[in-house]
Write a protein of this length. Structure first.
Length: 161
């Protein structure tokens, strides 16, 4: 049986155990230190990626999660709509704790950074094909990103109705 998660708004307080949330401000100006970037491997180099994802519909079915043990991962919307962000802490064995997972809904003006060691679902978007700039560090090893199937899948819904 699936573990059902109800989407909640992406807020700095709610997302704090997993990372940072920042708003893309429409006002003219230079905004510094809007998120914490972390690289835990001196030999790793920064990688700026442009990721375009297909439009999805709710409910979402999550059957696997990914983790970056040594790097934060920052997502900045370029052209985006509503974006579900599914995260989970590690269980005692270091695997995704599905029972403690959370599902957040980012709007089109919100970026977010995942802390190193945060399990997360594959990025997707609702309403339209969406593009994101993604910043992370890697050294080309298998530890840059580890994907694990879930022992129990997650179903992501917008509300209980």
């Amino acid at each position: 049986m699936d573990h059902t998660l109800i989407l909640e708004p992406l807020t700095p307080r709610g997302f704090a155990p997993f990372g940072d949330v920042f708003d893309l401000r429409p006002e003219v100006g230079l905004y510094r230190n809007i998120t914490r970037l972390e690289n835990l491997r001196p030999a790793a180099s920064a990688d700026l990626i442009v990721l375009t994802v297909a439009e999805s519909r709710l409910p979402l079915q999550i059957t696997a999660m990914e983790i970056h043990l040594h790097s934060s991962q920052t997502f900045i919307p370029i052209k985006a709509s509503r974006t579900p962000v599914v995260v989970a802490p590690k269980d005692v064995d270091g695997m995704p704790d599905v029972t403690a997972a959370r599902a957040f809904m980012a709007n089109d003006r919100q970026g977010f950074t995942l802390k190193p060691g945060t399990w997360h679902g594959q990025l997707t978007a609702l309403d339209q094909v969406s593009s994101f700039a993604v910043l992370m560090w890697g050294d080309g090893s298998s530890e840059d990103g580890i994907v694990s199937p879930l022992s129990r899948s997650m179903r992501i819904i917008d509300s209980v109705n």
